[in-house]
Design a protein around this ligand. Structure first.
Ligand code: ZN
Length: 105
């Protein structure tokens, strides 16, 4: 009986296809891959750490190149949009403050 061979996504060493964890570096395989490398995990991270999630997106062994580009663009647009709305919100608050501060006594 021949063992079904596969390569670890992290260290590229040969492991058994049935292995849940790499026997060389200990990285989880398939559904044991850390959540932050999954598509939904990268999205979850975006709402926690913002555009820093791109690091995990591009390092992910399970997300295809096509989706990395699509997700990367979406995260980029969302980040710019978020920064812009934060900026205008801050500007609005200061605008309200300054009208109070500039009130004649
Ligand atoms: Zn490995």
């Amino acid at each position: 009986m021949t063992a079904d061979n596969a390569a670890c996504w992290k260290c590229r060493q040969q492991i058994d296809a049935a292995d849940n964890y790499c026997r060389h570096c200990g990285a989880g395989q398939r559904d044991k891959i850390n959540f932050y490398y999954q598509q939904w995990g990268v999205w979850l991270l975006f709402f926690v750490i913002g555009p820093f999630n791109l690091w995990f997106l591009f390092k992910s062994p399970v997300i295809s190149k096509k989706w990395k580009i699509i997700d990367g663009i979406i995260f980029g647009i969302l980040s710019i949009w978020f920064c812009w709305s934060f900026y205008s919100a801050v500007k609005n608050i200061f605008g309200v403050y300054s009208t109070f501060l500039n009130m004649p006594y």
